[in-house]
Write a protein that binds this ligand. Structure first.
Ligand SMILES: [Zn+2]
Length: 237
């Protein structure tokens, strides 16, 4: 169950392009101009490099179900946000229980922006910290840490999923502060999802990190408690 637009893109780039015979440029008025297939290939590459997990490949703003008035408002807000996005603009901190639709909406905004030509990356907080841990203390792999950070800082949007799910230690607190502060200093846009409220996040991550997040994100977005995943499946399947 994939996003139909991505299926169409995949089909388009798999077939030899009749317009340019695979050259990616066409000649018009004695000038070489990029063929539409070049744009499609670039888009598909952006989707692949966004690292959206297969579980969320089908999600779109359109298929975010309006199971109640709060979800309807969230859907409208996401549409407007994607329409008016500019790199460096304020992001979101989506709060709500597991299964409330936070990741669905965060990923669908990311996908919408990629369709508009922006770059973006999905990352799960626990996975990101595990990766950092695996390379940070390994002299042979330390360059990968710099490369990863450079890669993150090149994106127009970062989705940081499930903040607060990590085991809290001094090390995770420091790493998360360092990451979020780097994004803050570089004027980056992030959409963060979390199962826990701001007070609890402050206790776990520290005030410095959470105050940075609050400056970078609209943080009054609370998802309804109802299990969105179950209702979504009932509507969708
Ligand atoms: Zn072409």
């Amino acid at each position: 169950m994939l996003d139909e637009r991505i299926i169409q893109l995949q089909k388009a780039v798999e077939q030899p392009c009749p317009e340019c015979n695979g050259e990616e440029y066409i000649i018009k008025d004695n000038r070489a101009i990029p063929c539409e297939c070049r744009h499609q290939k670039k888009l598909l590459k952006s989707f692949k490099s966004a690292e959206i997990p297969p579980k969320y490949e089908h999600v779109t703003i359109e298929n975010f179900k309006e199971i109640n008035s709060t979800c309807a408002k969230l859907k409208t807000m996401a549409k407007r946000y994607a329409e008016n996005f500019t790199p460096g603009c304020t992001g979101f901190l989506f709060k709500g229980k597991t299964g409330s639709g936070k990741t669905h909406l965060a990923v669908s905004i990311l996908k919408e922006l990629i369709f508009k030509g922006y770059s973006g990356l999905y990352t799960n907080t626990v996975d990101l910290l595990q990766f950092i841990r695996s390379v940070q203390f390994n002299a042979w792999k330390y360059d990968e840490l710099t490369e990863m950070m450079d890669h993150i800082l090149q994106q127009d949007l970062l989705v940081l999923d499930d903040l607060g799910a990590e085991k809290v230690t001094d090390w995770t607190r420091e790493r998360l502060y360092s990451l979020i502060n780097k994004l803050y200093e570089n004027n980056k846009t992030i959409i963060v999802t979390s199962n826990i409220d701001l007070h609890e996040l402050s206790l776990r991550l520290g005030d410095h990190t959470v105050s940075r997040l609050c400056e970078m994100c609209m943080h009054d977005t609370k998802f309804p408690d109802k299990d969105y995943r179950r209702v979504f499946l009932r509507h969708f399947l």
